[in-house]
Write a new protein. Structure first.
Length: 367
């Protein structure tokens, strides 16, 4: 029968944490505690009641809102996607750019995730700005998202970018477009620029890490790196694709199929290319190590906006919108509301009668 990550952690976390104490940080322990307490009485909750003659009572416990919890993030994901879609430029083609790093760099990402992940986001954005300036003659606006897992929850750090095919010239008055609507820039020079910028940043800002990396992998910056630049149409498909990674964990809902007879975990995966489902079996230690690999450092920002898409550039973003479409403002996003539970007997919406807090007395909403 299906299995929850919270169940796996309750069954095995104490022994796992004792065996691997030297490798676990505060962020790992916080993630495990959050998942185990998610939607339990430990976090408080809401009490709903129906006014029909059955007087049905429903307890909805609060979620932990930890980004590594597979039970959380669905509503935030929808809100983020709606907000970003409202900022899309009408009639402008969008591109999804993916920049990956070689296997040799992944060990350093595990050793110093806060430093390396920040460099991946910073230098990928810098490389894209450089090429847009030289090839398109202006300043781009785009969003970068760090993604750390592959289809089998293995460590596979890479950066996704959603970018429209328009730049603002240096004077800030003219919007420029590529010559071809379905082409932005070549992936090879972008990957090369990203590789060179990342090496320089490591060498300059973190010389010890740079030396350690070259000792173990002398040719890591000599080989060919990969960047994929793909036309996605209006931008909505790319944003909805990325929204799954912004607020959801490496372990999607329904992927844990249970334990096998040997106590190993059965994990549902999908093949690359065909998306054909198949099941792999992982030992508990291996599974927990894979999950913990994707617990980001405390406070790390995995989504960043750049150029005239940055948070401080709203006026410039509206200027680009006006130049492109003539619209003076962005449409107001339609944000989803939390669902109201319905009575299983009469089907009517139930009424909130009390909120139980972790600390302090309960509160009772006025009718």
């Amino acid at each position: 029968m299906p299995l929850g990550l919270d169940e796996v952690l309750r069954d095995h976390w104490r022994d796992f944490a004792r065996r691997h104490a030297s490798r676990l940080g505060d962020a790992h322990h916080r993630a495990a505690r959050a998942v185990m307490s998610c939607r339990t009485p430990a976090l408080g909750g809401h009490i709903w009641r129906c006014g029909c003659h059955h007087h049905h009572v429903h307890y909805a416990y609060h979620s932990c809102n930890h980004r590594s919890c597979p039970q959380c993030g669905a509503l935030d994901q929808q809100k983020w996607a709606a907000t970003q879609e409202a900022r899309l430029l009408p009639g402008v083609p969008y591109f999804l750019v993916t920049l990956t790093v070689p296997d040799a760099l992944r060990g350093l990402c595990k050793l110093e995730p806060a430093i390396l992940y920040d460099l991946l986001l910073r230098e990928s954005a810098g490389a894209l700005k450089d090429l847009c300036a030289t090839k398109l003659g202006g300043v781009p606006g785009f969003t970068t998202v760090l993604h750390t897992w592959g289809r089998q929850m293995q460590h596979h750090p890479h950066v996704h970018v959603v970018i429209p095919a328009v730049v603002l010239d240096k004077r800030g008055k003219v919007a420029r477009f590529p010559d071809k609507p379905d082409f932005l820039i070549h992936g090879t020079p972008l990957a090369t620029r990203f590789r060179n910028r990342l090496e320089l940043a490591l060498k300059t800002d973190h010389p010890q890490l740079h030396s350690l990396l070259l000792e173990q992998h002398p040719q890591v910056f000599a080989g060919k790196w990969v960047a994929d630049v793909r036309h996605t149409g209006s931008g909505r498909p790319a944003l909805r694709y990325l929204a799954r990674y912004v607020f959801r964990s490496a372990l999607g809902p329904g992927r844990l199929l249970g334990y096998d007879k040997s106590g190993n975990i059965r994990l549902l995966c999908h093949e690359s290319g065909t998306n054909r489902p198949h099941v792999i079996t992982l030992g508990v230690d291996d599974f927990l190590k894979r999950w913990l690999t994707h617990v980001l450092p405390q406070g790390f920002v995995r989504v960043r906006h750049h150029g005239w898409m940055s948070g401080a550039a709203r006026k410039t973003r509206l200027l680009v919108r006006a130049l492109v479409s003539g619209e003076l403002d962005e449409p107001k996003p339609v944000l989803p509301e939390p669902p109201v539970p319905r009575c299983p007997h009469c089907g009517a919406e139930m009424k909130l009668v009390a909120v139980i807090h972790v600390r302090g007395p309960p509160t009772f909403p006025s009718s």
